[in-house]
Design a protein around this ligand. Structure first.
Ligand code: ZN
Length: 541
């Protein structure tokens, strides 16, 4: 039962003659009833044929040649009787342009039969054989094989850009007739191929996957892509008409992106379009090619704090000239168990500042967050997250993680906001050339809010721009160890280079401890005692 009106007949007739498939005809009739697209295309075609050849005045109940479909149409028309004002139209049959036959009825049959086996000029086969149970089984099998954990999915469709050109050409072909439907219909009212494809496929895929809902918004996306090399050159004339729509971009292989083509089609006049492109479009010899089905789950973000207990562990893999210098890293020790639990393809690790390879991070630890790319599993209960934290902690004695939790992408930003204003506390083991006096200890303990000018340290100059940065040491305290060693506690603004403050970095940090104590001094050990960032929120043990 197709919701068609008398005024649709002219559109249907024109499009079928032009080589459009049944579903594309429905699209251009602006049929929004999804069920109409779901019925088998040959049935729709039969109905359309019956509809346009029927003469309203001679609907005969007892005719043996009438199909049940026909009856549907009849009742449909009866229901629409108020809107059907036109008298039975003599031209309500196909008027094939090239094959004018002596008997109009037979001409219609001939042309329509051809339509069935032809590749649609508008959708290039996408709404024909590429849109049905077989394709749904293929999609479902691909999804199942990848073993994702999900209960909703979104089906996304990527179409060749030239489809827009063909759509435009078809639209110009029936523009007059569509407008004559009486409503103020525009090109935007034509149902898009993508939309029709989803209306047909979503239900079928749902059926194949069992309890999964195919919806319009979900973190899990299954992408179907179609290409049609044969008609790729359809777009090319647009580049001459609208050169500024087609500027080469870095990541795109071709300038003829869907966006660019749509933009150019909005600009080009009908007359100019018709000068360069046939309306209706020429018939292709083959259908679109479906590409590999792509599954992608939105990133999941996980955050926590880490301690580092080892003086020979870099934060990130340490590779120089393609060669690894240390066998592991904080990042890898934390990431490995998380990646395998979430079955993710990869990760991005970030933290609130970083420590040097020989620096320990003690206290409550350093906040970190990880983006897990394409996780195949995404839901973890609090208990499961806790177990995951245990797994990380049992896997190595070099790092320890606490407050592990799943967070949102937005929440992650809180780790970076105001990072420079935050304070950090450190303990450094300092060596001095001259023997340490009691006065030195008092002198250090009395220093408050000391502003440093730090020229980018020599050791990081290869990765940071040369600048003088002002940093504040809020307070210090010294604890005597022996005559040439003391422990220096520091509370500083984040981003202060502690090692450079102690040894002076050849005068690049001013003032420095050597200047202050009037002796040569060096730093032997450094520990981060606390990173005062109140994110992520603590999780009670
Ligand atoms: Zn079509």
């Amino acid at each position: 039962m197709l919701p068609l009106k008398e005024k649709d007949k002219a559109i249907i007739q024109k499009l079928l003659s032009a080589g459009c498939c049944a579903r594309c005809v429905l699209r251009f009739c602006c049929v929004t009833i999804q069920a109409a697209y779901r019925q088998a295309q040959h049935e729709t075609l039969e109905e359309l044929k019956a509809f346009i050849t029927e003469k309203e005045s001679n609907i005969v109940q007892d005719s043996t040649s009438q199909t049940s479909t026909y009856e549907h149409n009849k009742s449909q028309d009866a229901a629409l009787s108020e809107t059907v004002e036109d008298p039975p139209r003599k031209r309500a049959k196909l008027v094939p342009t090239q094959t004018v036959q002596s008997e109009p009825g037979s001409a219609a049959v001939v042309t329509l039969r051809n339509v069935e086996s032809h590749v649609c000029v508008a959708c290039l086969g996408i709404l024909q054989d590429l849109c049905g149970p077989d394709q749904a089984v293929k999609i479902a099998e691909t999804v199942k094989a990848q073993n994702y954990e999900f209960d909703t999915m979104v089906l996304s469709v990527s179409l060749p850009a030239q489809l827009c050109v063909r759509e435009h050409s078809c639209w110009l072909h029936v523009k007059k007739e569509v407008r004559e439907k009486g409503l103020v219909l525009d090109k935007d009212d034509v149902i898009q191929v993508k939309e029709a494809f989803k209306w047909v496929m979503q239900g079928l895929v749902t059926k194949e996957l069992g309890s999964v809902a195919v919806v319009s918004k979900s973190p899990f996306e299954v992408g179907v892509e179609f290409t049609h090399p044969e008609t790729e050159s359809d777009c090319h004339f647009l580049a001459k008409s609208c050169p500024d729509c087609f500027k080469p971009t870095k990541n795109k292989q071709s300038v003829f992106t869907r966006m660019a083509v749509v933009k150019a089609l909005e600009k080009i006049s009908d007359a100019r379009f018709l000068q360069h492109y046939p309306s209706p479009p020429l018939e292709p010899s083959s259908s679109c090619t479906p590409r590999d089905i792509q599954c992608l789950h939105m990133s999941v973000f996980i955050a926590g704090r880490y301690n580092k207990f080892c003086r020979s562990l870099p934060q990130t893999p340490w590779v120089i000239d393609g060669e690894r210098r240390m066998e592991s890293s904080v990042e890898e020790l934390i990431a490995a168990p998380i990646l395998s639990a979430f079955r993710a393809d990869g990760f991005n690790f970030s933290s609130s500042g970083r420590e040097d390879v020989d620096v320990r991070t003690l206290g409550n630890g350093r906040p970190f967050a990880m983006e897990l790319l394409n996780p195949h599993r995404s839901r973890f209960s609090k208990v499961e997250t806790k177990q995951l934290q245990e797994t990380i902690n049992e896997s190595s004695d070099k790092v320890r993680v606490r407050d592990l939790q799943i967070v949102t992408r937005e929440a992650m930003n809180r780790m970076k906001v105001g990072e420079e204003e935050k304070t950090k506390t450190y303990t450094a083991l300092v060596w001095t050339q001259k023997a340490i006096e009691k006065e030195d200890i008092t002198f250090i303990n009395d220093i408050k809010d000391l502003t440093l000018d730090q020229k980018t340290p020599l050791r990081v100059l290869h990765r940071r721009t040369l600048a003088i940065r002002q940093r504040v040491i809020h307070s210090m305290n010294a604890r005597y160890k022996d005559s040439h060693h003391f422990y220096l506690g520091l509370k500083t603004q984040a981003g202060t280079y502690i090692k450079e403050f102690v040894h002076g970095d050849f005068g690049r940090t001013k003032p420095n401890l050597c200047q202050l104590l009037k002796t040569d001094a060096d730093i032997l050990e450094l520990d981060v005692e606390s990173v005062d960032v109140d994110w992520p929120p603590p999780i009670p043990e």
